[in-house]
Design a protein around this ligand. Structure first.
Ligand SMILES: [Zn+2]
Ligand SMILES: [Zn+2]
Length: 228
């Protein structure tokens, strides 16, 4: 069985993260993971990269955390894959199956609607997972659900402060027969919560993860109670 982290950040890419890409690779290797997927906050989220940069330069900066993690991962033996956490006014979508070149080729992704963005990712063969759909926090004004535009629901998130947020996500996934995922949403090196998924085959390439979601081949959701 193989362990994969599906949702995590780097200081290079995310304004709210302190763990560098290379440090994240080392942390997860030590924690016994086979694969990590870096999902830094996108242009429309809490990006650490100056939005006034020309698009290609912004993309280079955005991908740096992933690239640093991948370089270290190759040295120590953990798969490091690329993803995105796309922000839509407090609603977060995890995007898998696109890469740096796709971003450079599609500078319009920051101007089109969320629905068109989802269509574009799907046309490219990618998938979209709605992150912590029922989290409540000061920065979230409303709950927006996109069952027609997403492929799975993150039902466990280590950053959720209340149990009911996860329970509602589970209810939503069940009601709409959607595939369920789990993610740590790790931003820092400290903290003892490691979430993610277990699969029978190793997730070596992002296409392996896409297949696991599309075929619902997730054997287990890794999570621990967040709540006292
Ligand atoms: Zn963040
Ligand atoms: Zn996140």
């Amino acid at each position: 069985m193989f362990r994969t982290e599906t949702h995590m950040h780097t200081a290079e890419g995310s304004g709210c993260a302190t763990a560098r890409g290379a440090e994240q690779a080392e942390l997860y290797k030590a924690a016994g993971y086979d694969t990590i997927i870096i999902t830094d906050h996108f242009f429309n989220g809490n990006t650490a990269v100056d939005r006034s940069l020309p698009w290609n330069d912004w993309v280079d900066g955005y991908c740096l955390g992933y690239e640093n993690a991948k370089k270290r991962g190759d040295e120590i033996g953990i798969n490091v894959l690329f993803g995105i956490e796309y922000g839509w006014y407090g609603t977060d979508l995890l995007v898998y199956g696109v890469d740096k070149q796709w971003l450079k080729n599609n500078p319009d992704v920051i101007n089109i609607s969320v629905h068109k963005f989802c269509d574009k990712v799907h046309e490219h063969g990618g998938i979209i997972v709605q992150a912590h759909p029922f989290r409540d926090a000061d920065y979230i004004r409303d709950i927006k659900l996109l069952p027609k535009y997403t492929d799975a629901v993150e039902v466990f998130n280590a950053g959720n402060r209340e149990k009911i947020f996860d329970e509602r996500a589970m209810w939503y996934a069940e009601q709409f027969s959607m595939v369920k995922t789990s993610g740590s949403d790790r931003h820092h090196l400290d903290g003892d919560k490691f979430f993610g998924i277990v699969t029978e085959y190793e997730i070596k390439d992002i296409s392996d993860y896409i297949r696991a979601i599309k075929e619902n081949n997730i054997a287990e959701l890794i999570h621990q109670p967040n709540f006292k």
